[in-house]
Design a protein around this ligand. Structure first.
Ligand SMILES: C[S@@+](CC[C@H](N)C(=O)[O-])C[C@H]1O[C@@H](n2cnc3c(N)ncnc32)[C@H](O)[C@@H]1O
Length: 320
C-alpha cells in the first residue's frame, strides 16, 4: 500500500554500493527488484499511513545506549555509519577554530558528543573539552581515543537535560544532537541551562531542523529509500533498512522513520520526530534565554541557509 494521502511521494531503492567489502554486499538491480517483489518481509504492513506527526510518539526512540556497541563496529576510514563523514566534521572543526577564535586552553562543552569526533579534534587544537552523552560505550570509545592521542578531553555520562555547570565554558556545542527533537518548551529549558553553563560572552553553536522562508508546502510529504546491507549499526546479518522522511508542514514537524527488516522477518522500527523552527522563532527564543544571535548558516558553515537544507547552524553569544 503506498503512503496514500501524501503528496510528492517518491521512493528510491539503492542496492548497496559502498566500497568496504566486509561491511557491504553489492547486489544487482534485478536482485533488488526480486527482493522487493518476492520478499517475505512485511514492508507494506510496516508502512502504515500516518497523517499527523503526533501519531509518531514519543519524539525520539533511537536506542542510543543499547545500540552503541553495535554502532561502534561500523567505523570506516570515512567515519561511522549514521554520523557525519569525517571530512565534513573536520570542515566544521576548522570553521569553529577560525571563527570562535578562542584563546588557548579555553573550555568547551560538547553536548551529545557521541564517540567524540568533534571533541577530540577540538582538543587537538589545545582546548579543554568536556563531552557529555547518555551512551556509555560511546563515551568509553571517545575517552580511549583521547588517551591514545595524549589529549586532555574528558567524557561524562550525563543528559543534556541535567547540566550542572555554572559559568565554566567559553563555548557550548549542540551539534547533530537531539536538540532537533525538542519542543519549544523543552528547548527553552535546555537553553537556559546552557546559558548558566557558559561564561558571560560565551559562544553557543547549535544545530536545528529549520523551517526556512519559502518553505511553502501545504501537504505532508514522504520520501522513502531502502538499502540492503550485509551489516549495519542495526543488524549483524543481511537486512533491509528503509528510511522514510515524512514532513508535516502545518505542524512544523518532520519525522524520520527507520524500518529494519532482517531475514528472520523480525521487524524493528525507530523514529525521530523533529520540530522545524523558523529563524525568527529561534532568534526570539534565544533572546528570551539571554543570547544574541550572531549568524545563521546552512548545512555547511560559510554558506547561507537554503530552502532545501535539512539542518541549520546558529551561532549565538551569551549576553555579557
Ligand atoms: C547523532 S549522535 C551525534 C554524536 C556527535 N554529536 C556527532 O555529531 O558526532 C547523537 C548523540 O546524542 C546522544 N544523546 C541522545 N540523547 C541524549 C541526552 N538526553 N543527553 C545527552 N546525549 C544524548 C546519543 O547518545 C548520541 O551519541
Amino acid at each position: 500500500m503506498p503512503a496514500q494521502g501524501f503528496c510528492r511521494s517518491s521512493i528510491v531503492v539503492h542496492p548497496v554500493d559502498q566500497n568496504d567489502p566486509n561491511n557491504y554486499r553489492t547486489i544487482s538491480q534485478s536482485e533488488t527488484s526480486k527482493i522487493m517483489t518476492n520478499t517475505p518481509l512485511p514492508f507494506d504492513a510496516l508502512r502504515p499511513f500516518k497523517s499527523k506527526a503526533e501519531e509518531f510518539t514519543p519524539r525520539d526512540t533511537i536506542p542510543w545506549e543499547t545500540q552503541a556497541e553495535q554502532f561502534l563496529r561500523y567505523e570506516t576510514a570515512e567515519g561511522f555509519m549514521g554520523l557525519r563523514p569525517l571530512p565534513e566534521i573536520e570542515a566544521h572543526v576548522a570553521w569553529l577554530v577560525e571563527h570562535l577564535a578562542l584563546p588557548p586552553g579555553a573550555a568547551i562543552l560538547d553536548l551529545g558528543c557521541g564517540p567524540g569526533l568533534y571533541s577530540n579534534r577540538l582538543a587537538k587544537h589545545g582546548y579543554r573539552v568536556t563531552g557529555i552523552d547518555i551512551a556509555q560505550p560511546l563515551l568509553d570509545y571517545a575517552q580511549a581515543e583521547a588517551r591514545e592521542q595524549g589529549l586532555t578531553s574528558v567524557y561524562r555520562r550525563l543528559s543534556i537535560f541535567d547540566l550542572p555547570y555554572q559559568a565554566e565554558f567559553e563555548a557550548v556545542l549542540l551539534i547533530n544532537s537531539i536538540a532537533k527533537c525538542l519542543t519549544q518548551v523543552a528547548l527553552e529549558a535546555v537553553l537556559r541551562k546552557i546559558h548558566t553553563a557558559l561564561k558571560p560572552g560565551g559562544h553557543l553553536i547549535c544545530e536545528f531542523a529549520p523551517q526556512p522562508d519559502g518553505f511553502d508546502l501545504q501537504e505532508p510529504t514522504v520520501t522513502e529509500s531502502i538499502s540492503f546491507l550485509a551489516q549495519s549499526p542495526w543488524h549483524n546479518s543481511f537486512h533491509a533498512w528503509m528510511i522514510r522522511e515524512l514532513t508535516f508542514p502545518s505542524g512544523g514537524e518532520r519525522v524520520t522513520h527507520h524500518l529494519i527488516l532482517g531475514p528472520d522477518g523480525q521487524p524493528a522500527e525507530y523514529w525521530s520526530r523533529f520540530c522545524l523552527y523558523s529563524i525568527p522563532v529561534l532568534t526570539d527564543l534565544l533572546s528570551a534565554c539571554g543570547f544574541q544571535v550572531r549568524t545563521v548558516f546552512g548545512q555547511t558553515p560559510s554558506r547561507p541557509l537554503e530552502v532545501t537544507d535539512n539542518v541549520c547552524f546558529v551561532w549565538a553569544q551569551r549576553d555579557g
